[in-house]
Ligand binder design. Sequence first.
Ligand code: GDP
Length: 197
Amino acid sequence: IMIKTARFLTSNQDAKKCPPPNKPEYAFIGRSNVGKSSLINMLCQSKKLAKISSTPGKTQLINHFIINDSWYMVDLPGYGYAKVAKTKRAAFSKMTFEYLNTRENLMCLFVLIDVRIEPQALDLLFLNTLGDEGVPFVMVFTKADKLTPTVLDRNITHYKAVMQQEWDELPQMMVTSAEKGLGRDEVLGFIDNINKE
Ligand code: GDP
C-alpha cells in the first residue's frame, strides 16, 4: 500500500474552519502519549509529519494532512491529560465532539489505546460516547512491540472481556507498533477499501 505524498494542510481550533469536506477523511485520536504522532508518521513513512511528544496535552488543534492528493488524514487533540486544566479539557472535548458530529466526510475515527495498560475509564467512556452518537470508529492498540506475544494476547483478551460487559458487538480492533511498522498494511488497507467503495 503506497503513500506517495503526505502533506500538512491546516491546523484549526474550529471544526467549521476545516478544509472543504470534499474528500474522504480518517481521524486519529487517543489519550496524550498514546503514540498517535508516532503512528501517523509510521503510516506516512515520514519522520516529522506529526509532532512527536511536544508538550503532552498542549496541542488542541485539528491538524489536516492530505494523502496522495485524494484523502485527508486528521490528527485530533489528545484527551485526558491530567495536567491540562479542567476547563481547557472541557473545551477541547467540545471542539472534538463538534468535529466528530459535524464532519460529514469522516469515514472512520481510529481510537488509539496503549495496549500495555489496563482499560481506562476515560477511554471506555469515550468509546461508549462514540457508540451512542453513532460515530464510525475502530480501535487501534499501540506500542505492541513493548510486550511479549503472550502478554499482548492476554491484554487484548482482557480488553475485550471488559468491553463485552457493555457492548453487544465489539468494534473492530487493530494491533500496531510505530516502532516496528506493525499494523501499517492493516490500517492503510482498511482505509483503501473504504476509499474504493
Ligand atoms: P502522542 O502524544 O499520542 O502523539 O504520542 P507520541 O507519538 O508522541 O509517543 C509518545 C511516546 O511513546 C514517545 O516517546 C514515543 O517514542 C513512544 N512510542 C510511540 N509509539 C510507540 C511504539 O509503537 N513503540 C514504542 N516502543 N514506543 C512508542
